[in-house]
Design a protein. Sequence first.
Length: 353
Amino acid sequence: MQVITVNARLRRGVRSFQQALIDLAEYRGNIEWAFPSGDRAPCRTYALDTDLGEMLFAVPPPWDGRQAHLFKLGFEGGTLSPDAEINIPDGLNRKVSGVLVADPGGETLICHRGTFTAFRGRVPRADAFEHFQDWLMQVDDNGRSAEVIAVSSASSPSIANDIAEFLFKVKQLKERRKAELADAVDDSTEVIDEDDESDAKWREQEEFEGSKSYTPNQDKCEYQYLHGPLCNALHRKLNELVEGHAELRVGKHRVDLALVDRASDKAKAIFEVKTSSSMSAQLYTAFGQLAYYQHRFGNADTKLFLVLPANTASDFAAAEFFTQANIQVLFGEGGAFESADGSRLEVMLSSIL
């Protein structure tokens, strides 16, 4: 994965990014947007329908060696200000939040460096990366190794939903930051050592999740940018399903997501999210992870799920392999998660819920 710094390639990437959204959108005209600095400016504004509601997208004129892209999810009137910006610099500029990345297959990935303005200033980047742990991707940043938040691809058929999921996550981060600053930090917060399995605890969405290490390999991860949006959508779906079931909660540990029995603290269902449909290192790893997670955090009755992006369903040829190991395969996007035969997640979990 290589950060794109060549000016001509950047211009092409920005055009394809904008056009992919505009092709899906309804033009709303020049609308005034407000910025954190206090400035206001009319911008070409478009509306896109997403699984999370209407998303506004605006393209201001270029300034200061960058092209801004403004996004607002669920605008309800009043002052129009962005939930997040993805600003692409004309060349290498690590101070600008947005970044385009070339993947080995030739796709242009839309990424973010993790700089967000929020209540009383900026969110520390370390906090942002903790919050976006499932979205992080390691890249070659013009000779440096760096982590960025993978948002979408300029050629993704789900680009509008991918960005909407990103905004949903950004809004959570900003609300969390505001609450922390307003209420002050609780010094008694427990710190969990993930290497000490005797003290293992399930964690909820907003708690510290540690950091993952990312080692580049030779396997092409065709849809790597979808890991974050897919985890986000699945977490939201599971939260909806456990409403009214006080005995269950949604948790995280080393697993991507799990349904946890509050009484026993054991997982009743474990979900591992991957983004490649070919039998590469990703799926071999998922097989081993699910077997170990069942042993470590569940029991013989724990249901196991491999979750893949919806657009991999037609390419997935290993269903029998996973079925024989009692691992059910789900394909998902937005709020819909189904097996290859069309069985919905809520039906597959009916014995638990």
